[in-house]
Design a protein around this ligand. Structure first.
Ligand code: ZN
Length: 259
């Protein structure tokens, strides 16, 4: 289903794509703006979506460029109605690197919110939604929410990855993933219940359902890779453990630089 996407352009070699369902979101938001304030509402609503998703792209680029710094490549950034996703070729198993790559995303949102803080505090008390001031305020609030929401420990959201990285310093990677995914599962189910029965938001409930499924599938992927690695280790041991000849002693004193 993730293949229903349209290529936009490349940013430093990373493909930026939008999922086909993204246009449903544009149509929905545009229609809401139109019924609310005709042309003015339509234009400012679409501008707000564009600005919001530009921030989503910056968040994903935060992950991507930090990853690249540690030698992990990102093939594409996919934009979906529920947010963005940077697809890493592989993720480092070193908790410290994973932690920094993960923190870089929300950090971008907090930096944007910090930059917007100064103009936002100078806005008049009452602002109209469909104006530059309205857009500025929405963008400030959206970045704060995006940064904070991503830190909630629901695996595989950023907060869940941070939790796994923390656990992985004390236990095997697979067990750390299992525990982080379990915490995420419980929180996602609570999220679905709160969204459905308290906030009455079907979209919010769908978002948590998607996160729940993504968490389970990522745990299975880690489990498969771990099994695969274990089989390789066993096979290598079988073929290379015999005969037990002591390793050759190589004298390299001749090649030492002159002192
Ligand atoms: Zn993120």
């Amino acid at each position: 289903m993730l293949s229903w996407s349209i290529k936009l352009f490349r940013i430093r070699g990373i493909r930026l794509e939008v999922h086909a369902t993204f246009f449903l979101l544009l149509a929905y938001v545009g229609w809401e703006g139109w019924t609310d304030a005709r042309g003015n509402g339509l234009v400012w609503s679409l501008l707000a979506v564009a600005a919001f998703f530009a921030c989503v792209v910056l968040h994903e680029l935060g992950h991507s460029f930090t990853g690249r710094h540690y030698g992990v490549e990102v093939s594409r950034i996919l934009l979906m109605p529920i947010g963005g996703m940077a697809e890493f070729d592989s993720l480092p198993r070193e908790p410290r690197k994973e932690l920094l790559i993960t923190l870089a995303g929300p950090a971008v949102n907090f930096v944007i919110a910090g930059v917007l803080w100064w103009p936002v505090t100078r806005l008049p008390d009452v602002i109209y939604f469909y104006t530059p001031a309205g857009l500025l305020y929405q963008l400030f609030a959206a970045n704060l929410v995006m940064g904070l929401f991503n830190l909630v420990p629901v695996f595989p959201m950023d907060g869940g990855r941070i939790l796994r990285a923390g656990l992985a310093t004390r236990m095997p990677y697979l067990e750390a993933t299992r525990r982080a995914a379990l915490v995420g599962k419980v929180l996602a189910v609570i999220g679905i219940i709160v969204m459905l029965f308290w906030l009455e938001s079907v979209l919010g409930a769908l978002l948590f359902t998607f996160i729940l499924m993504a968490g389970a599938s990522e745990y299975r992927a880690v489990q498969r890779r771990e099994q695969h690695d274990a089989e390789w280790r066993k096979m290598l041991e079988r073929y290379y453990s015999r005969p037990r000849v002591p390793p050759p002693i190589i004298d390299v004193t001749d090649r030492d630089p002159p002192r």
